[in-house]
Design a protein around this ligand. Sequence first.
Ligand code: PMP
Length: 393
Amino acid sequence: MFKKDFPLLGSKVIYLDSAASAQKPKAVLKAMDTFYKTSYSNVHRGTCHLANMATEAYENARYTVALFLNTKADNIVFTKGATESINLVASGYAQMLKPGDEVLICTAEHHANFVPWQQACLRSGATFKVFNILPDGRWNLDDFKAKLSQKTRLVAVAGMSNVLGVLNPVQDIVSMAHRVGAKVLVDAAQSIAHVPTDVKKLDCDFLAFSGHKLYGPTGIGVLYGTTEALASLSPYQFGGEMVDKVTIEKTTFAPVPARLEAGTPPITEAIGLAEAINYMDKIGFTTIQKREQALFEKLIAKLQHIKNIEFLGEPKYKTGLVSFNIKGIHPNDLSAILSKENVCVRVGHHCAMPLHTFLGIKASLRVSLGLYNDSKDIDAFISALNKAIGFFK
Ligand code: PMP
């Protein structure tokens, strides 16, 4: 139904790798092209009409993102992706944490929400703590409660796991974390394209995502922070745009969000991201979720008929993506044959090595849906998968 909006998705490609990166609709490509052709300039510094148009378009993009998350434009920092957003917060915390403080994350985190915290703790002398998941893929909330303490300064968790596909009960742990005075960062890299995200409702302190998984371009990411949380971070990088006054003796910094956006920002990419949000808004999350859920149920039902399939976690707790192995066949071998059939999936540890270690496996095959997928994609994938399995019998 929506496939026609995505130029790359002709009848040949069966794209089931949207969790790695989503394809781009014509509207996004057109908005970026038009901006380059009609209004491109650097932002903020200039006085000519082009600079004003570019600044207005860039700041309008910030406003669009803010509305999408139910917050104000000043609470939105543009970065180059979820990884940079998380690193920005972690580098601020590396300076604030002290020995005795604790950071708590989940074993299922993507490396982007794992390694920065491990490093921040190493640098500051704080303790790095990790809570487990249950065998069905959901958070082990008892383990979370046991590891949360008065010493916890920050909890960093994914809204949705990029391997397990579980939509995590973020709101529940935000209130527990706040009760002990800890701040919460939500890694929304996966959840952002599948469910509406309301930072007021979530009540989180920080939230990070990338534009490219939300049908926008690469090179643009978002860090949401409450005014207090953003103000607590010292600048991540130094240079133009982020200063108030510079003298030989000292530099004073601009207020957030400018203080955290040193240098020329990803201007056209921000405009592309705003257009992706407009595109999604036109379809609406009700439609997106209904379609994706129906398709996902079909996918799971078909996979459950496949002999020797081993799911990572319980399928009934998943949304939008599923990872599995077929006993006795390496996922790389399966994916090589799927690729010959024009089916794009992802294999490996999916940047979640601690999770794979916890599950006692090295790799898995992941199938992930986007709003453009349809029933035919599922049929083509299942038939290609059966063919691939048959090859190894
Ligand atoms: N967190 C999660 C849950 C992800 O799936 C990803 C991307 N695979 C990231 C963070 C990092 O996103 P990016 O590479 O776009 O910075």
